[in-house]
Each structure stands twice: as C-alpha cells, then as structure tokens.
Design a protein around this ligand. Structure first.
Ligand SMILES: Nc1ncnc2c1ncn2[C@@H]1O[C@H](COP(=O)(O)OS(=O)(=O)O)[C@@H](OP(=O)(O)O)[C@H]1O
Length: 256
C-alpha cells in the first residue's frame, strides 16, 4: 500500500516531484498519465486497480503513488483513510488562475472546438459571476477541497508544494519534501539544470550527470492568451479563497 499519496491541482506539477523522488522512465510516466485521465471518472475501479497494482516494498522503502484528481475528489479522503490512515499526503498547488488557464490550454490541445476560456469562466461576466461548476475553476478552490481532507487527516500529515517554487527553486522545494518524508536531504542545487529554452529545471540523476532529464513536451507549453480583464476578475474571485487557504495551511503562497 502506498505510504505516500501525491496529488496535484497544479495540472501536472506532481510529475516533477515524482521524477525527482523516483526517476521513472518518461514514456512509462506519460502512458500512466493518459491511463489516469481515462480512469478519473471511475474512481472506485481506479482505486481498486491501483491498490492491486502497488508494488511490494521493503520496510525501508517508500511507495509513492500519484493521482491528480484525489485532492478534489470528495470520496478520496475517506477511502485513503480507510485503506491506510498513516499515508503521508503531498499536494502540489499553484496560482489557481494560472492553473485554470493551464488546464484550459491542455484541454484545448485535445479538443480544439471547445468554447473560449472567457466564455466558460463566467455565468455572467458583466455581473462578475464566476462559473464555479466549471472544473477548471472549481479545482482552484483549494480551501474548500482541503476541508474535506482535514476531516480525516491531521494538518501535519499533508505537505503542500508550491508549484511556482518548484520551478524557481526546485532544490529548496524538494528539500522540504524530503524533510516531510523523513528522508536525508539528497537532492541539491547540483542535481538541477535550468533549461533556458524550456524555461524549466531538468533533473540530473547524479550531480555529475551530463544528461539532465526534462519533462515531456506537453509540460510547460505556451498558455492561451487570455483577456487581462478576465484574469483580474478571476484574481479577485480567488483572493478570499486563497487567503483562507493560506491561513489553514499556515503558508503564504504569494498568489495575490
Ligand atoms: N521542470 C518542469 N518542466 C516542465 N514543466 C514543469 C516543470 N515543473 C513544473 N512544471 C509545470 O508542470 C505543468 C504541466 O503539468 P501537466 O498539467 O501536464 O501534468 S499532469 O497531467 O497534471 O501530471 C506545466 O504547466 P504549464 O506550464 O501550464 O504547461 C509546468 O508549468
């Protein structure tokens, strides 16, 4: 059974974390991700499958599994708690406005005919009524989702990774992940190479490695251009939710 469960609402940032903890084969990782997307609507089946697929591990090893949708799935806290209440939880979060645009950009790449971001974001744009039933918006209500987890897990059992700092200071952010997991701090600045073309850090298997591994092309693609006024409206919308989230977590993610 997993002793760590990783969820991201940062659309995909968890992949970076997993890569840094356990350097899986990239192709395998992308296949697994597609598989996950298909299964998201069938959480029960998915969970049972995951459970039986868990590799056997030794006492000294950590089993880590990642699923983006856990954090925002109502039944997930209870199910994970009933399965293994000591599981440590890691959630990668990012500015919910950027997250929504990233989410939309990803969907648009698969379904080019969907309505505009602006159209999907509001029930009534003139009145500033944001459509919280749209998943891309709903997922960013982190404080709300967290409430469900705190009914089952103590705050100290959940670690939040800043998606922004994971890019600007991967070693520092991963240092905190290692501390949370009770691991010796193994990854240092020397394990990361900043790929200026991609604009993202890539991981070296060893400090001396000459071949850093970057995430796939679907990670870090250019976002769709959004009307700046809409961005401001969404920022305003998320502000109180973000503040509540910072207070609950005890950490300021500086999205304001
Ligand atoms: N090192 C590194 N390299 C590339 N990309 C990085 C990295 N670290 C974090 N990110 C951010 O990960 C985001 C993409 O993740 P996805 O949403 O596709 O992943 S997932 O499906 O939820 O796993 C992607 O979001 P977008 O920029 O919106 O594509 C990146 O910002």
């Amino acid at each position: 059974l997993p002793s760590v469960s990783l969820s991201t609402v940062a659309t995909g940032l968890e992949e970076q974390v997993v890569q840094e903890i356990d350097d899986d084969d990239e192709e395998e990782e992308e296949e697994k991700e597609e598989e996950e997307e298909e299964e998201e609507t069938e959480m029960i089946v998915h969970w049972v499958q995951r459970r039986s697929l868990m590799p056997r591990t030794l006492e000294s090893q950590i089993t880590l599994e990642k699923t983006p949708s856990y954090f925002v799935t109502q039944e997930a806290p209870r199910r994970i708690f009933n399965m293994s209440r000591d599981t440590k939880l890691i959630v990668v979060v990012r500015n919910p406005v950027t997250r929504a645009i990233s989410d939309y950009t990803q969907t648009l790449s698969k379904k080019p005919d969907i309505p505009t971001f602006e159209g999907l974001s509001f029930r009534n744009r003139t009145l500033g009524l944001v459509d919280v039933s749209w998943n891309a918006i709903r997922i960013g209500l982190y404080a709300l989702h967290l409430e469900g987890w705190l009914r089952y897990f103590p705050r100290a059992q959940i670690h939040f990774v800043s998606g922004e700092r994971l890019i600007t200071d991967p070693a520092g952010e991963m240092g905190r992940v290692q501390d949370f997991l009770g691991l010796r701090r193994f990854l240092t600045d020397k394990h990361f190479y900043f790929n200026k073309t991609k604009g993202f850090p890539c991981l070296k298997r060893t400090e001396a490695s000459l071949l850093p591994r970057c995430l796939g092309k679907s990670k870090g693609r250019a976002h769709v251009q959004i009307d700046p006024e809409v961005i401001d409206q969404l920022r305003e919308f998320y502000r109180p939710h973000n503040i509540k989230f910072y207070e609950t977590v005890g950490q300021d993610f500086r999205w304001e």
